[in-house]
Write a protein that binds this ligand. Structure first.
Ligand code: ATP
Ligand code: MG
Length: 360
């Protein structure tokens, strides 16, 4: 059964700012979807539309098979829960305990059940010590956990999570990733808007990339999306990062973590950039040094550089092979393994070539 089915929905704020433009997708029951896109691409607005806080100005929207194009149906209220990007928008009571009891109390559960749910959430996030604190006095990360706790307290079928890991320390981020996976196992439908490209493969079955024009640029399996460097660059989600290795320049794509899709844009032997003049880096070669280098010396430097990056490339091919395997892409898995093995063998070749040069 489809939980959401949206067809060409658009939304423009009163100030004339279009935030979502002709977006179509569907989400199956129990599916975990991530929405990625640069600042202002419309992720939060899209979640507000799915949560019924905003009504699309055009297009159609079905939720749990019912038409919700002209407004949210009240029986969805307790089945869908939104974690706001900014927890200040979520918390409004005098204590954490009250916050955690509020949702269940709206469901008209008995007092013992309400308290049990609040206790369970405190335990789940390890925030028992915050029970009597005012939500406004908490740190950003603590507030985020309490806000997520309030979402879970009503035990919804669908969670809309707006940047759930932003502002959390590394250990808490891992805990949130684990929690999302627990929720997936429990059969929840989860839609997560995030900038954290490093988690999308861990937490989702599918990823939508929103472009700066507020339209869908790409959707697919997260590992396929992550491999599409050009689209991620177009969406402004990764940046080209220039590495200067003294007299040769490499350009890599970075998503904030260690991505190894290395794109050699230019190499000084064909198109020399201005080399940095710092003596002592990469063998102490400066501009004058480069000019004086013989071809053999240049080749030796290049071989050292290729050897240095080879290991990284091998592990990247292996990572992608594992992902292909996990997605049932057996053929691709075999080819990527072969590429990795052949690349590994090249290490020895770099060394051999270097030795020949050194013996000259
Ligand atoms: N309340 C509002 N009034 C007017 N314009 C808004 C409002 N909220 C968002 N916008 C505009 O709508 C567009 C989409 O904003 P939205 O917050 O949905 O993007 P986002 O992808 O969630 O961004 P971020 O990564 O910064 O959270 C932006 O251009 C933004 O300036
Ligand atoms: Mg947002």
């Amino acid at each position: 059964m489809e939980v959401f089915n949206v067809e060409k929905i658009s939304y423009t704020y009163k100030n004339g700012k279009t935030a979502v433009d002709g977006v179509s997708f569907s989400v199956a029951n129990g599916e975990s979807l991530t929405i990625i896109g640069t600042n202002g691409s419309g992720k939060s607005t899209l979640l507000y539309l799915l949560d019924g806080l905003l009504i699309p100005e055009s297009g159609s929207m079905r939720i749990f098979g019912k038409d919700a194009s002209n407004g949210f149906l009240s029986d969805f209220r307790q089945r869908i829960s939104l974690l706001f990007q900014n927890p200040h928008a979520q918390l409004f009571l005098l204590s954490v305990w009250d916050e955690l009891c509020f949702g269940p109390s709206q469901l008209e559960l008995d007092k013992a059940e309400i308290q049990k749910r609040a206790e369970d959430i405190l335990g789940l996030f390890g925030i028992e010590h915050l029970r009597d604190r005012g939500p406004w006095d908490l740190s950003g990360g603590e507030m985020k956990k309490v806000a997520l706790g309030t979402c879970l307290s009503i035990n919804p079928d669908v969670l809309l999570l707006d940047e759930p890991t932003t502002g959390l320390d590394p250990r808490s981020q891992v805990e949130i990733v684990d929690l999302i996976n627990e929720l997936r196992k429990a059969g929840k439908t989860i839609i997560t808007a995030t900038h954290d490209l490093g988690i999308i493969e861990d937490i989702s079955d599918r990823t939508i990339v929103l472009g700066e024009d507020h339209r869908i640029l790409l959707q697919g399996k997260p590992w396929v999306v992550m491999a599409d460097t050009e689209t991620l660059l177009q969406a402004n989600l990764i940046h080209r990062h220039v590495h200067r290795h003294c007299w040769y320049v490499h350009e890599h794509s970075h998503s904030g973590r260690h991505e190894h899709e290395h794109m050699v844009l230019h190499d000084v032997l064909t198109s020399p950039p201005s080399p940095p003049s710092t003596e002592g880096r990469h063998g102490g070669v400066n501009e004058e040094g480069v000019l004086k280098m013989t071809d053999l010396e240049k080749l030796k430097k290049l071989l050292e550089h290729w050897a240095e990056h080879n290991e990284e490339h091998v592990s990247t091919y292996l990572e992608w092979a594992e992902k292909a395997d996990a997605s049932g892409e057996k053929e691709l898995y075999k080819i990527l393994r072969e590429i990795a093995e052949n690349t590994k063998k090249m290490d020895g070749l770099f060394e051999k070539a270097k030795k020949i040069i050194e013996s000259k």
